[in-house]
Design a protein. Structure first.
Length: 83
């Protein structure tokens, strides 16, 4: 039975007992800032853009007629575009 002899001749590799430990990074990991796009603009002090903050401020502005006209144009544009 030549098959039995071939099986006896095969060597089986035994797992090595001296295994090399896995190297781990020592770098400090930080979670990504996924919410950084939502930071309030006030924190970055964008400065005064010269625009009234609200409707009342626009009416009290010395250039109130210009602001009212600009608001009406904007409202009409939104109405025309069905926004």
């Amino acid at each position: 039975t030549s098959l039995n002899h071939k099986e006896d001749d095969l060597e089986i590799d035994e797992p090595q007992s001296d295994s090399v430990p896995i190297r781990r990074s020592i770098r400090t990991r930080h979670t990504p800032d996924r919410m950084c796009l939502y930071i309030d603009a006030e924190e970055h002090e964008l400065g005064d853009l010269g625009e009234p903050a609200n409707y009342k401020a626009a009416l009290l502005n010395p250039e109130s007629e210009k602001w009212l006209n600009a608001m009406n144009v904007k409202m009409q544009s939104m109405k025309d575009n069905e926004v």
